[in-house]
Design a protein around this ligand. Structure first.
Ligand SMILES: [Zn+2]
Ligand SMILES: [Zn+2]
Length: 350
């Protein structure tokens, strides 16, 4: 009994000392400095020594809200060079947190011009400007991409001016403020200076979006296909033959129908009905992967994005007996495909 009392008093004493110390400025300063150092140090997931084709999901969700996830964004690193496919809302926060070295970002590529794929373009413009971009930001996109970038330039013209005046011409020169939009053409390789890299855009069907693309990326024998948003029209399957990784968007009709039944607003009911006709179902994504002999299927832009294990299980039910080498991506999911091997390594960088 006495021993127990001594033990309890010691624990209470240690707790009180801790509490008092936390109020001391010197202890606070030390803890804060360590925290700030960790924030600035970041996670440095990029530019490791091993030559590989890497995919980092910088935005895993569809427009339907899902806390803690950004909208569509896929980063591809081939050797030391980085290409970013889509920049949905929240993706720039992720890219900043991942400490992406913007001088290594050779281009931004937009699959199509739905808002959930382009919303963070202005922040990418600012971040790359601050990190010493030496020309306007190169953005590949479908027909009309120039109108998107011109619109952003107009909306941000005062912002460009303010920042230039505040930080000076040496740091943020007006001569390179703005974008360099380049229209993507079906089946025409994206020009690049990364040794061993090919980026091939192909048209997909996301009607009524008049121009939408998927991409096949090949680097020294490793391959990945990004579907963008599309129905199953055969294109993704055609370009995915024997690829190491298929990054595919997918809809669960089952979950969307369940949500529609309980939708509190008629507008939401209608949207949940309308979106069913221009996305690939999760079952189709599995069948594409099976029939194209894909090594691994990485689901992103899931509609809706599962929020827990039960929802995830229901989302993937249609894949039972169809295809089992799949992963539901989160923000920060990374896939490493080392050159000269057939390994597909999946981990999480945050
Ligand atoms: Zn989308
Ligand atoms: Zn879309």
């Amino acid at each position: 009994m006495k021993k127990l009392l001594v033990l309890i008093s010691s624990v209470v004493l240690i707790f009180l000392i801790g509490l008092v110390s936390l109020n001391s400025h010197s202890v606070q300063d030390r803890i804060l400095n360590t925290g700030l150092k960790n924030i600035l140090a970041g996670v440095e997931p990029f530019l490791d020594k091993e030559d590989s084709l890497k995919v980092v999901v910088c935005g895993s969700r569809s427009p339907l809200p899902s806390p803690g996830r950004a909208e569509a964004c896929i980063l591809v690193e081939a050797g030391d060079d980085i290409y970013i496919f889509d920049l949905g809302n929240g993706s720039m926060d992720n890219l900043t947190q991942y400490q992406v070295p913007w001088p290594n970002v050779k281009a931004v590529l937009i699959t199509h011009m739905h808002s959930d794929h382009i919303a963070d373009l202005p922040d990418a413009h600012l971040q790359s400007w601050v990190q010493g971009r030496n020309s306007t930001l190169m953005v590949y996109g479908p027909e009309g991409i120039n109108l998107v970038t011109q619109g952003f330039e107009l909306a941000y013209s005062a912002d460009y001016q303010y920042r230039n005046e505040h930080h000076g011409d040496d740091m943020l020169p007006m001569t390179i403020a703005g974008f360099n939009p380049i229209q993507i053409m079906d089946n025409q390789l994206i020009p690049n200076n990364t040794p061993g890299l090919e980026i091939l855009p192909f048209v997909v069907d996301h009607h009524p979006v008049n121009s939408a693309f998927g991409f096949k990326i090949s680097y020294k024998g490793r391959t990945v296909v990004i579907s963008g948003d599309t129905i199953h029209d055969g294109s993704v399957q055609k370009y995915s033959k024997d690829v190491d990784l298929l990054v595919h968007s997918a809809i669960s009709i089952d979950l969307v129908e369940r949500m529609r039944e309980i939708a509190p607003l008629p507008q939401l009911n209608k949207i949940l009905f309308d979106i069913q006709d221009y996305h690939t179902t999760i079952k189709e994504a599995g069948e594409i992967s099976r029939d194209a002999n894909v090594k691994h299927l990485l689901i992103y832009h899931a509609i809706p994005t599962p929020r827990n294990k039960i929802m995830e299980d229901v989302f993937f039910r249609p894949l039972v007996g169809v295809f089992d080498s799949y992963t539901l991506s989160d923000d920060g999911t990374r896939v490493i495909m080392p050159v000269g091997s057939d390994e597909v390594i999946i981990d999480q960088i945050n």
